[in-house]
Design a protein around this ligand. Structure first.
Ligand SMILES: [Zn+2]
Ligand SMILES: [Zn+2]
Length: 78
């Protein structure tokens, strides 16, 4: 399940949390078609290793579960 979308801009990496109160919000990318920070397209793949992105949080900061990279400090919760 791709709960998170990540901005495809390598200089941005904005993360969009598709869940609202733990519920998947499948329509969110129809509302936010592009990254609100830089207008790039969303990606569902890890920006570091291109596997399907799974995000986990370490000290409140998002990291890719697949390869352990810190992705971005801020997460947009919709
Ligand atoms: Zn962006
Ligand atoms: Zn990865």
């Amino acid at each position: 399940m791709d709960k998170y979308l990540v901005c495809s801009n390598t200089g941005c990496r904005f993360i969009l949390d598709r869940r609202v109160n733990g519920t998947s919000l499948d329509g969110v990318q129809k509302i936010l078609k592009t990254c609100p920070a830089c207008s790039s397209d969303w990606s569902i793949s890890c920006p570091y290793c291109a596997q399907a992105l799974t995000v986990h949080f370490i000290h409140g900061l998002p990291h890719s579960a697949c390869c352990g990279h810190k992705i971005r400090a801020e997460v947009l919760a919709v």
